[in-house]
Design a protein around this ligand. Structure first.
Ligand SMILES: Cc1cc2nc3c(=O)[nH]c(=O)nc-3n(C[C@H](O)[C@H](O)[C@H](O)COP(=O)(O)O)c2cc1C
Length: 358
């Protein structure tokens, strides 16, 4: 099965299944002499970890990371970094009833058609458990980017309910279980999601990820444009169904006057942009402004309402997914989106250093 690696110079490969003994990631291309310990990676994994509130799955995984290679005396050596996370809460019996049926909205049917074998324990390789590996790789990518670059994510919409951007406060993101930057919206979402959860249903969401402090010049037109690579990165995350950069689809409703980012000469002679409709990317290259990406996450497919499906013999049947699940997977997709953004930016930073104009 190919397709488990991502990136060019900063390149990571993930391995493992939801209910195997462990999952992990090999990061190749990380420069040497960066300080790196497990304590640099763990906080990001803790952010994605399940079972932290009643709004996420109750699967209890400590997601403790171990660095197996690529670090000597607290510094990267420039050789492949191997990071491993043990699976400790694998209740395969939760899935035994559905072993012979395809869960609607999951990858069961397509994996079966493609590979002819099905690991029904929590979806095997298609499980979003794999996204922990991306988060670990993202922590390394943040080291490559350095302290001057911040990559932050937030949930900006749950079902039909959007945040009020005039109340946006990044500090609030860590104060509620939704990574929501608007405290009022977070309070309203709590009641809303309780209703969804208690009815055994689920709901979709929109995540926004913003990178600040980037230099102008990252991105390789034409086919490795920064926006193209970011869109691909986000689309590889489980349950992501749409990606926008900057104004995204709203740009279709705007006039040229509203959408173009006007410029003025700044005090140091560098151009200053008067707005950031473009999401910090023009012609596939970073402008030096914030890079802004949004992605839509579909509602969790595992719900408690019986659904129509077929079994392995092609016969009609019904299915009810009793396994533990998140009522809104968009919440835990926030740290995953941050990680993918960090990996794309680290990759492009290294590529820029390799062959940008002198
Ligand atoms: C962090 C995260 C956690 C997820 N947890 C669940 C879950 O508990 N139950 C579920 O049905 N889907 C969950 N998903 C989504 C499925 O993994 C995904 O829908 C499925 O593999 C099919 O792939 P697709 O939706 O990308 O086509 C999760 C996604 C993410 C990003």
């Amino acid at each position: 099965m190919a397709g488990n690696s991502f990136g060019t110079l900063f390149r990571f490969t993930t391995w493992g299944e939801s209910h195997g003994p462990a999952i992990g990631v090999v990061v190749d291309g990380c420069p040497s002499l960066l300080s790196l310990t497990e304590a640099d990676i763990q906080p990001w994994l803790d952010k994605r970890r399940p079972g932290q509130s009643r709004y996420t799955t109750q699967r209890q995984e400590p997601d403790q990371v171990r660095i197996l290679s690529g670090v000597f005396e607290g510094q990267t050596t420039g050789t492949p970094l191997s990071l491993m996370i043990e699976n400790t809460d694998q209740r395969s019996k939760d899935y035994s009833e559905i072993a012979a049926k395809f869960r609607p909205g999951h990858a069961d049917y397509t994996y079966w058609k493609k590979y002819g074998i099905r690991d029904y324990r929590g979806g095997g390789r298609s499980s979003a458990r794999e996204t922990a590996c991306r988060v670990a790789a993202g922590a390394v990518a943040r080291k490559v980017l350095g302290d001057g670059v911040t990559v932050r994510g937030a949930l900006v919409q749950m079902g039909p309910h959007k945040v009020d951007r005039s109340r946006w406060d990044w500090a609030e993101v860590d104060n509620n279980p939704f990574f929501c930057p608007d405290p009022q919206a977070a309070a309203e979402w709590a009641d809303y999601l309780d209703g969804i959860r208690k009815s055994g249903s689920s709901i979709g969401a929109v995540v926004e990820v913003v990178a600040s402090g980037l230099p102008a010049g990252l991105g390789d037109p034409l086919y490795d444009k920064l926006d193209g690579d970011l869109a691909r990165a986000m689309m590889t995350i489980n349950a992501v169904k749409g990606v926008e950069i900057g104004n995204g689809f709203e740009a279709a409703t705007l006039t040229g006057e509203q959408n173009a980012d006007e410029m003025r000469a700044g005090p140091d002679g560098e151009a200053e942009f008067l707005s950031n409709q473009s999401g910090g990317i023009l012609g596939g290259i970073s402008t030096g402004q914030d890079v802004v990406v949004r992605f839509a996450v579909k509602p969790t497919s595992s719900i408690l309402t019986p659904r129509q499906t077929v079994d392995l013999q092609g016969k009609d049947t019904d299915i009810l997914t009793k396994g533990r699940h998140d009522p809104c997977v968009g919440i835990r997709a926030v740290p995953v989106g941050e990680a993918m953004m960090a990996c794309v930016l680290a990759d492009h930073l290294l590529r820029h250093r390799a062959y940008a104009r002198g």
